[in-house]
Design a protein around this ligand. Structure first.
Ligand code: COA
Length: 140
């Protein structure tokens, strides 16, 4: 069965299953549903209908764009699927531009994944031009 790249969200159950498969934090159903519903652009990778990978972009619809939930379930890793998702996503974002315009793509690399992202033009921070990326968890 051919691998398909479909620009639609996975179902809530598929999203939770893929997150489980790559050991991402467990989200409440409410948080996970809103994460899928409110994303700017999602590609889900399917093999014979089964969701085996995904990538999401959060965006103001213009200048600031954040790539997250980059995941390929373990049995499909190392086959070029993650690279294809990244290339397609960067090209999709480029397609939103008119001639001469510039926007920014951000992401937070997991530890040890920096070399993967550098292949698609991302620069590790801090560097000469930018300070460190910063984040925090907030829990109620
Ligand atoms: C990161 C991830 C999406 C990559 O997907 P993938 O389908 O396995 O990646 P690819 O098969 O396209 O690999 C592309 C290349 O990057 C390399 N690569 C993959 N992960 C890498 C890593 N951690 N460090 C360095 N290189 C890496 C591969 O060796 C491959 O090199 P090659 O083309 O010379 O063979 C996948 O490993 C994954 O889902 N990991 C668990 C979830 C995760 O940590 N996501 C990132 C959150 S920031």
């Amino acid at each position: 069965m051919a691998i398909e790249y479909i620009d639609e969200a996975p179902t809530l159950e598929e999203y939770k299953e893929m997150r489980r498969a790559v050991n991402f934090m467990v989200l409440s159903d409410r948080i996970a549903t809103n994460a899928l519903h409110n994303a700017f652009h999602i590609t889900t990778v399917r093999d014979g209908g089964r969701a085996i990978g995904m990538i999401r972009v959060l965006s103001d619809g213009s200048y600031a764009n954040f790539i997250t939930d980059v995941m390929v379930i373990p049995e499909y890793q190392g086959q070029g699927i993650g690279s294809e998702m990244m290339s397609r996503t960067v090209e999709f974002m480029r397609s939103t531009l008119e001639s001469g315009e510039t926007i920014v793509l951000y992401l937070m690399s997991a530890i040890g994944k920096e070399e993967f992202y550098k292949r698609f033009g991302f620069l590790a921070r801090p560097n000469e031009d930018w300070g460190a990326g910063m984040s925090q968890w907030i829990t109620s």
